[in-house]
Design a protein around this ligand. Structure first.
Ligand code: SF4
Length: 300
């Protein structure tokens, strides 16, 4: 009986950058005697948000939410108009928008005016809003079509004919199987489509490795925030293997029933979403190991 850690665990590069910039934001604000803010939830992890909140990082949604200060743009990015509003209101911005998302925004800017822009993404998700709110470098709004369902695709077909030149971009953590379904429907209808597949390669690789491990082992525990799209996608891909999978945010969520279920199937794969810090993963592994020693020490 083993606890098998996935080879890709913990923060992705984008989240690591955001967490590092959050410390910078606090330090800069302290030096300037100003309040420090995160625009929206810092990352999808309540423990980390609490830790930074205790150090003074407040959440803000728009400039009217607090007095002028230093504000951090998290990995999801923000719409360009909102960025401008913060700057106009005198906020100093630190930007940790993930490079994958910045790249997608550069494609939107490049193709706008030449093609109709379609943004595939979860409705209301911060990153979808960021992509749909991309403006030209000289500050003009770029019109785009938002697609989060098959009905939205139907509506686009009604509005733009088959010969429309289209550029389709995607929220990085959109469910991959839904993305493929949408892509196939769109490419079957339009004659001239440029797909800029913005799905995050780091997430795809993380999921692939976790699925391969689960196929060779008994069960899996996924550690990640309940609001996290990539964690939900990871858990869904693992559940499709037909083996027991439990989803938790931290060691306190890992109860007796879950532990029994996991270890009934012997080797347990440990994997995580991209916003889960190493110390939470280590504490979960420690609990798993402790349970194993206390309950199965002699047999396996
Ligand atoms: S999940 Fe991918 S796109 Fe999102 S922040 Fe991490 S590296 Fe960037």
């Amino acid at each position: 009986m083993r606890t098998v850690r996935s080879t890709i665990l913990g923060y992705c590069q984008g989240v690591r950058e955001t967490v590092s910039k959050a410390s910078e934001c606090l330090e800069l604000a302290r030096k300037k005697g100003l309040p420090a803010y995160s625009i929206g939830n810092l990352i999808h992890n309540p423990d980390v948000i609490r830790t930074f909140a205790e150090k003074g990082l407040k959440e803000i949604k728009d400039p009217s939410g607090g007095e002028r200060g230093v504000a951090l743009i998290r990995a999801h990015g923000i719409p360009d108009k909102l960025r401008q509003e913060f700057t106009d209101a005198g906020f100093e911005l630190l930007d940790s928008t993930c490079t994958v998302i910045l790249h997608t925004q550069s494609i939107i800017r490049k193709e706008s005016g030449k093609r109709v822009i379609a943004v595939i993404g979860v409705r209301g998700h911060a990153e979808t809003k960021c992509l749909a709110g991309t403006m030209t470098t000289d500050g003009r709004e770029i019109e785009s079509v938002s697609i989060s369902s098959e009905e939205d695709i139907e509506a686009m077909f009604g509005r733009y004919g088959k010969d429309t030149a289209l550029c389709v971009v995607t929220q990085t953590t959109f469910p991959p199987e839904l993305y493929r379904l949408f892509r196939d429907r769109i490419s079957a209808y339009y004659n001239n489509v440029l797909f800029a597949n913005g799905l995050c390669g780091a997430c795809t690789q993380r999921t692939r490795i976790a699925v391969e491990l689960l196929e060779k082992n008994g069960s899996a525990v996924v550690i990640g925030g309940r609001q996290s799209e990539n964690t939900a996608n990871l858990a869904k891909a693992l559940k499709a293997c037909g083996k027991p999978v439990v989803l938790i945010e931290n060691r306190d969520n890992l109860d007796e029933n879950m532990l029994r279920l996991l270890f009934e199937n012997q080797d347990v794969v440990v994997c995580s979403g991209t916003s889960t810090p190493d110390y939470i993963i280590d504490s979960v592994v420690e609990k798993l190991e402790q349970y194993k020693v206390e309950n199965y020490n002699s047999g396996l």
